[in-house]
Write a protein that binds this ligand. Structure first.
Ligand code: NDP
Length: 498
């Protein structure tokens, strides 16, 4: 009997890599008919959807088609004030007084409802953000539910998280999230804050508000007391109004280092607690004794997962000099097999860039790489005509001072550098203002431990990359921010401990 793969290899003689490139999958589109996107969404304040004070709404689009999906309310400082007052009332009158086990039950309920609606949430996340459905279906949404389940369990066990101490909530938390993992970032922010007894005003990113607003509907369905979670949509100015509101006790921000610095300046000298999860330029270091094929998969996942819109993306690849040739060859072959296109196709590996502005930024940085003399290699994939797209790309011959080795590109673009000794790898890897994450690929356990001690990064993966779990803390060093999210550490920023 002849198998499909044998047939393919006979039909496409030549090196195995070209056979793989010629292999075409039939479309396998996720259906959208079970998904209900409202034509317009209002602000979620005090348990109800209310019109914005500005009476203005902005369009939210599908970046893969540029088609309009819905209209989102533009919240302003008045709306933020309304939301903070509701959050304060709910904090003083209901949430902080509620027995912790009861609080936990609401959080469990939210987790279960996310699971129940996971298929629709995945489709909306993909339509609004551009990420492949297999990622939103298998990673974003299940992890968001897992975060709520995990922190629901902590609600009545805070005394065990902080033994022999007196623990109390902080009050009203203002939380601002980015567009790369919309629902997951909302879960990272909301779940620990709620478990610790705080109330919340959340500001989603302008381009990807839809799943946060569906989460608001879930919160209504879970019958969370009104005002415990408020969601105020809008642009950067809405976030700035939340940061400067005098009755907010804590700001949690995930986004760019530039805005993070602005927020740090705005909160300096106030009573507000602050955690910042900012950008990164992570080193992914491959030693000559690494299992190469496994490392190639880790490199691919490290930079092309979610179109490279990942703060901890392995965007600087450091390869030991003796294995540069096979690594580059395998990388070139492998990116030729990545399927770029319709994010709703279950076979798609790389979806659409989140916005035109982000696409322009990627193009500008890629042009700078070429101008500075690095050698570019791009997948020859066909890109759709409409929408925002960028082919998987890597650069070789990158100098440490090149912008593509220093600045966060936040797109599917990898810079390849080389090293000779472990000391040189550490020195080069740490030569960045960032310090969020790193990867190490080697057969030697002792080398992994030694590298982990010397790399200035909050998360270090060994012989794997981009692995996330609610029990595991995540956060940065240096200009990647401070404070940890996830795990028991993630409770710390939301409690007073005496
Ligand atoms: P921003 O940091 O501007 O956005 C993050 C969040 O902050 C969004 O909700 C945004 O609103 C809001 N915001 C913007 N300005 C302010 C402000 N002055 N005060 C309070 N909140 C504010 O990231 P961008 O979306 O502009 O992306 C720019 C670059 O940042 C990317 O190219 C990428 O390099 C990096 N980035 C890094 C992320 C990370 O996780 N490390 C995540 C996202 C971006 P709005 O969406 O409406 O602008």
């Amino acid at each position: 009997m002849t198998t499909a793969i044998e047939t393919r290899e006979r039909l496409t003689p030549g090196p195995a890599s070209s056979a793989l490139v010629e292999w075409a999958y039939s479309p396998s589109l996720e259906s959208t008919d079970h998904v209900k996107i409202e034509p317009r969404y209002n602000l979620f304040i005090g348990g109800k959807f209310v019109e914005p004070h500005s009476k203005r709404w902005f369009e939210t689009i599908n970046p893969a088609t540029e088609g309009t999906l819905s209209e989102i309310a533009e919240g302003d400082a008045e709306d933020v004030d309304r939301a903070v007052r509701e959050a304060r009332r709910a904090y003083e009158k209901v949430w902080r007084k509620m027995p912790a086990a009861e609080r936990g039950k609401y959080i469990f309920r939210i987790a279960r409802l996310i699971q129940e609606k996971s298929r629709a949430l995945a489709v909306v996340e993909t339509m609004n953000g551009g990420k492949p459905i297999k990622e939103s279906r298998d990673i974003d949404i299940p992890l968001a539910a897992a975060h709520f389940f995990y922190y629901a369990g902590w609600a009545d066990k805070l005394d065990y998280a902080f033994p022999n101490r007196t623990v109390s909530p902080i009050g009203v938390a203002g939380q601002i999230i980015p567009w790369n993992f919309p629902l997951l970032m909302a879960a990272w922010k909301l779940a620990p804050a709620l478990a610790a007894g705080n109330t919340i005003v959340l500001k989603p990113a302008e381009t990807t508000s839809l799943t946060s607003l569906i989460l608001a509907q879930i919160i209504q369905e879970a019958e969370l007391p009104p005002g415990v979670v408020n969601i105020v949509t809008g642009a950067g100015a809405t976030g700035a109004a939340l940061v400067s509101h005098p009755d907010v006790d804590k700001i949690a921000f995930t986004g760019s280092t530039e805005v993070g610095k602005r927020i740090q300046r705005a909160t300096a000298g106030t009573h507000k607690k602050l955690t910042l999860e900012l950008g990164g330029k992570a080193p992914n270091i491959v030693f000559e004794d690494a299992p190469l094929d496994q490392a190639i998969e880790g490199i691919i996942n490290g930079i092309y997962f979610n179109q490279g819109h990942v703060c901890c993306a392995g965007s600087r690849l450091f390869v030991q000099e003796s294995i540069v040739e096979p690594v580059i060859r395998k990388l070139r072959d492998r990116i030729g097999t990545l399927r770029v296109g319709n994010p709703l196709d279950k076979n798609t590996d790389v979806g659409a860039i989140n916005s035109r502005a982000q696409l322009d930024k990627i193009r500008e940085l890629v042009d700078s790489g070429i101008e500075e003399g690095a050698e570019i290699f791009q997948s020859a994939c066909a890109l759709p005509e409409r929408g925002f797209w960028f082919a998987p790309t890597f650069f070789t011959g990158v100098g440490q001072s090149n912008r593509i080795a220093q600045e966060e590109i936040f797109g599917p673009v990898l810079s390849v550098l080389t090293f000779r000794t472990p000391e040189e790898a550490v020195e080069k890897a740490n030569n960045t203002p960032y310090g969020l994450s790193a990867g190490v690929w080697t057969e030697k356990g002792s080398r992994i431990l030694k590298m982990a001690q010397k790399l200035r990064a909050g998360v270090i993966w060994a012989n794997t990359y981009n692995k996330f779990d609610p029990t595991s803390p995540f956060g940065g060093f240096k200009e990647s921010g401070f404070g940890r999210e996830g795990g028991m550490h993630g409770l710390g920023p939301y409690v007073h401990v005496e």
